[in-house]
Design a protein around this ligand. Sequence first.
Ligand SMILES: [Mg+2]
Length: 423
Amino acid sequence: MVTATGTPFPSAKVVSVTSIRPTQAVILAGGLGTRLGELTREVPKPMVCVAGRPFLDYLLDLLVEQGFERVTLLLGYRAETVIKHVDDGRKWGIVIDHVVTPPDVQTLTRLRAALPRLDPIVLMAYCDNYVPLDFPAMWDEFTSDDAAVQVTAYANDDGFTRNNMLVDERGRVMAYDPSRTSSDLNRVDLGFAIIDRQRLGPFPRGDLPFEHAVYSDLVRHGRLRAHVTSHRYYGVGSASRLPAAERFFSRCPAVILDRDGVLNRRAGIGEYVTRPEEFVWLEGARKALRMFTLAGIRILIVTNQAGIARGIMTHSDLDAVHGKLLSEAAAAGGTIDRIYHCPHGWDDGCKCRKPAPGMLLQAQRDFDLDLSRTVFVGDTEVDRQAAIAAGCKYRHVDARHELRDVAEELMNREHTDEGVGDW
Ligand SMILES: [Mg+2]
């Protein structure tokens, strides 16, 4: 094994060189993809088909949506297949170029070969991982610090996979462990790394994975940070992950609804709907549910029910209320796929009581939703905050603008560029 040498970054603190966001992304897409077995015998990993399109297409769409104007593909294995597919990027309205290195070299070598083509600050992505991005928010975080690199990290609070980083509350990476063996790790590196080449300093030598060559040294000097997301990521890194990716990229449209004040009349402050007869539908709510169902849109409900923690009602009281909700919605032609409720009290510190995004994130995982394309409909500031925390789109209802109006608005988008399947 060749060891990386050289000083990968200057020791003195460097202030931000620019406040102008980067517009170039680099995708590492040259590997053999051996973990995919037969799938990559003829087709390179970025071209593996998911929900009818090459995985790379989704990544390119994402980068275009996030304002990137140029993508440099770092290719190796079956490079010609990728080059033929993307051509010069015109299909995406951006410039796509490429640098080809041998299939069996490591990512550090691929990046080094591309250095003459790279802007001072770039976004680096792997070709087998996808997570919705909010690049302006990522950039704000990056420019608030003096880190040389900011990776995007999965929070992994659900224990989806093994962690490989320890990230503190300020977003500083305190440990980077590619072997994933340390006991105190708490986050997972997903790539989507903002790299400031000036802050990084001389590029290391050797043929290693980029992160092995660079990140541990950055951690030692406090120059690696992480933008943390709780949204589940999807990819083609291994065959076992393909079914979930297939569901995710099928982009079955869904709408998430608050309950009280959206579907039914709200009880007074500190009061709860404790019995079925107290559940009174709001005007137009059932018609809206029917419209969603007829349009093939999944309906999910998320509702705070602290009355349970406060001893005002029981779980079985809530079940009875929801039994009425489900049966009367069905009678009106509306199919509700799932109801999530938070039974905790105001001060319990749970992760599910809105404005915390826990229920929205649970729905995301259960149905492989893309929350950045999903609308959450609520009637309070708490709902709005939960939507922001989860990365959802938000629609507000009140006495003048009810759920049926929201449904009609969203249906009309079927005829616009956004499209109903692209919320
Ligand atoms: Mg409400």
